[in-house]
Each structure stands twice: as structure tokens, then as C-alpha cells.
Design a protein around this ligand. Structure first.
Ligand SMILES: Cc1ncc(COP(=O)(O)OP(=O)(O)O)c(N)n1
Ligand SMILES: Cc1ncsc1CCOP(=O)(O)O
Ligand SMILES: [Mg+2]
Length: 384
């Protein structure tokens, strides 16, 4: 499948490197720099972090004179900039929103949108039916809107030349090794929340969730700042339970949301594509819904009864995990899944056999005699 990425409208740290990676390792043939409202200076400083030999694989949606000046390979015409500059001899692309526009002249390739429901703009649905698409599109037309690799077969069958991705291209790849053990904080008498985190990190855990029910905002901010520092020191992922509005302030990597929390689409709108959003599930329908709403991973549970959480959903047991994971396989759901709820080191071999990618644990670590050793034991069970 031919793939083109379009940048997110906002700049983000490490974006030049991310663009370089898509072009050199990610299988994308071009990246479109689309930053509405950005100044020449801002766009220049973005491309400065991309090797010059890749400039021909970039297309600008604005600042066409800069594109000419520095040897950018393409320009993209749109309502803001709809004139090809004199002397331009690079590629010209454009956006199309109706079948009729496909017949227009004056472009090398074009993006037709929206084809599927958007992942970066929740609420935006596909606009065309398959029959019309099949009879109208051709190899110069790239499908845009809601495109993920799961749609590639369909896109090819419809006769598109390739896929253009905005939301999916910039989703963070989860570190699947770190994902194997998610430690969830829980207040205990013996130590503070940040001491819990220090212990699990020194035992090898690389994914921490700050979950402190009933804590006020200033406590969460104080704990969150310290956990951020600790996670940076160990190269660990830091997510926060429930509190979408604290994610940016704490520079957390993301948030975990359940059914009674902020809707995933609203959280995605507020946090953008670069933060991780985890979702709670108790059955395959929950997982499918969370996948459609753009979750990055699933916390599936509870495995067994636990006192760490009130108002538990029905306990799944090992059979529940087997059934749900096999159904996910049948339905082609590829979201990473952690098992959660009352899990101990002894449960891990059977749980990992069901196909989950990791476990999320609180009580059996912090209530153990030596949380550092227990963390090490759990990790070694997972990696056996
Ligand atoms: C990894 C993981 N899975 C599930 C949960 C539970 O989230 P939620 O259903 O929102 O319940 P609370 O944790 O908010 O009580 C989780 N936190 N983490
Ligand atoms: C947050 C949460 N959601 C389902 S069970 C659970 C608690 C996990 O903690 P423990 O490992 O102590 O059961
Ligand atoms: Mg919650």
C-alpha cells in the first residue's frame, strides 16, 4: 500500500525526528507539512530537523516560496493557497471533497476525504458509498479520513492509489516491553505513593499509573510531579487515572479512562494524538467500542475479586480472558491488552497464555513483604 502522512496541525517535540522516521523506516513515501497558521520561521525550524536529502519527499500546504527556496518536493493546493507559484516544477497535489472534482486537471495526485470516520476528529464520518468510489477513483487518488492499516485491503479493492493518514500516522507506538507490567498506585499505611513508585521502578517496572482515588488536585499534582521525575529517571511511561485535565500540566504520557470517566473522543480531542489513552473493558463489545473511539490500549478485567477498586464489574476468570481474547482475534481487533484485578505472580503464566500483552497490578506488589523483589518476580514470570 502506498502511504502518505499529513502532519498534525500542532507542532510537537521531536516532530522532525518523527517525520524522518516515517520516511526512512515507516514505509511512508511522502509527508505533507500542514500547519495552518504557522509562520515561515516555525516551518523552517521544523524542517531543519529533517535531513536535506528527504526534502524532495515533503510537500508544503503553506509557504510555497519557502518550498521553492529550500528544494521541497511538493506543494499542496487548498482554499488558502490555490495558485501554483511561477517557476514551480515539483509535484502538485490537492484536496478533493466530491467525486466530480476527480475529473479536474492540474494535479499529480489528490486526497479524497472523508472516506471513513475520522480518528483525529471524532464525529467526522465517511461521505461516500463504496459503489460510487469503485466507479470513480483511480491510482492518482489517495483515500483520506479514518484510514488505518486495517482499511488497506478495502482501500485497494475500491481502486485508490494509496492511503493518506493524519491521525493514525502520529499515534505513539507503545513500548510493548514496558507495557508488560503496569503498576497502579494505591494508598497504604506503610509508604507514600511516590515511595511505591520508587520501589517498582527499581524492581524493573517501566509503566506506572497514578491512581489515587479521592485525593485533591494539589495532592495529585505534588505526587504527579515527583512520579514524572522518577519515570524520566528510569525511562518509564507515566499515565494518570481519570484526570484528563492534569495530563498536560504534569506532562504525563497519557490517561486511563473507564466507562464513568470522560468519553474517549472528548479526551482525544483535548489531548491530541501523541498522548496515550487507555480504556477499561469487561467484554469484547467494550473493546471494540474503545478501539473505534481511538483508545491506545485496554485494561481488561477484573480477573478476580479485589478490594483495590469499588463497584467491580463481573469477574472474568481465566475462561473469560480466553473467550474474549479469542473473539478479539476473530474480529481482527489488534489493541494491546493488560489484564487487571487481583492478579498475583502465580496467575501470570496462565494469563499470558490467553494472549494478553501484560498485566496491571497494585495490591500484590505493594502489600508484599518486599515490593522490589515482587516486581522482579512478576517481570520474570511475564518473560518466561
Ligand atoms: C489498566 C487499567 N485498567 C482498568 C482500570 C480501571 O479504570 P476505571 O474503570 O475508570 O476505574 P477506576 O480505576 O477509575 O476506579 C485502570 N485504572 N487501569
Ligand atoms: C483499578 C482496577 N480496575 C479493575 S481492578 C482494579 C484494581 C487493580 O488492583 P489490584 O491489583 O490490587 O487488584
Ligand atoms: Mg476511572
Amino acid at each position: 500500500m502506498r502511504k502518505i502522512a499529513i502532519t498534525l496541525p500542532e507542532f510537537f517535540d521531536g516532530e522532525g525526528e518523527a517525520i524522518t522516521k516515517l520516511l526512512t523506516e515507516g514505509g511512508y513515501e511522502r509527508v505533507h507539512i500542514r500547519k495552518p497558521g504557522a509562520s515561515v520561521k516555525e516551518v523552517k525550524s521544523l524542517v531543519k530537523n529533517i535531513p536535506e536529502n528527504l526534502y524532495t519527499l515533503l510537500s508544503f500546504h503553506d509557504h510555497f516560496n519557502l518550498a521553492m527556496e529550500i528544494g521541497i518536493g511538493g506543494i499542496h493546493l487548498n482554499s488558502r493557497n490555490n495558485t501554483i507559484p511561477t517557476g514551480w516544477n515539483g509535484l502538485v497535489s490537492r484536496s478533493l471533497h466530491s467525486m466530480e472534482e476527480i475529473a479536474d486537471q492540474g494535479y499529480d495526485y489528490a486526497f479524497l476525504s472523508p472516506i471513513f470516520p475520522s480518528i483525529s476528529k471524532p464525529g467526522y464520518k465517511g461521505n461516500f458509498n463504496s459503489e460510487d468510489l469503485r466507479s470513480s477513483v483511480n491510482e492518482r487518488i489517495f483515500a483520506l479520513g479514518g484510514v488505518t492499516p486495517r482499511r488497506f485491503g478495502e482501500i485497494e479493492q475500491l481502486g485508490f492509489g494509496g492511503a493518506a493518514m493524519l491521525g493514525y500516522a502520529w499515534k505513539r507506538n507503545l513500548d510493548m516491553k514496558a507495557f508488560q507490567l503496569q503498576f497502579i498506585t494505591h494508598p497504604v499505611r506503610e509508604m507514600s505513593i511516590t515511595e511505591e513508585v520508587e520501589k517498582v521502578l527499581s524492581g524493573g517496572c517501566r509503566w506506572v499509573q497514578l491512581r489515587h482515588k479521592d485525593a485533591d488536585e494539589s495532592t495529585l499534582l505534588e505526587e504527579g510531579r515527583e512520579i514524572r521525575r522518577l519515570c524520566d529517571r528510569y525511562g518509564a511511561v507515566f499515565i494518570i487515572d481519570d484526570h484528563v485535565d492534569l495530563v498536560k500540566e504534569l506532562n504525563a504520557d497519557g490517561v486511563h479512562l473507564g466507562k464513568n470517566d470522560m468519553p474517549l473522543a472528548e479526551a482525544r480531542r483535548r489531548l491530541g494524538m501523541r498522548r496515550i489513552i487507555g480504556a477499561t473493558a469487561n467484554c469484547v463489545v467494550d473493546i471494540e467500542r474503545a478501539a473505534a473511539e481511538g483508545a491506545d490500549y485496554i485494561g481488561l478485567g477484573p480477573y478476580r475479586f479485589t478490594t483495590t477498586k469499588e463497584k467491580l464489574s463481573p469477574v472474568l476468570g481465566i475462561e473469560g480472558y480466553r473467550d474474549i481474547l479469542s473473539e478479539c482475534g476473530c474480529r481482527n481487533i489488534e489493541l494491546p491488552i493488560v489484564a487487571i484485578g487481583g492478579i498475583t505472580a502465580q496467575d501470570i503464566p496462565a494469563l499470558m497464555q490467553t494472549g494478553v500483552n501484560g498485566v496491571a497490578i497494585s495490591g500484590s506488589i505493594i502489600k508484599s513483604v518486599n515490593p522490589v523483589w515482587t516486581t522482579m518476580e512478576i517481570i520474570s514470570e511475564i518473560r518466561k
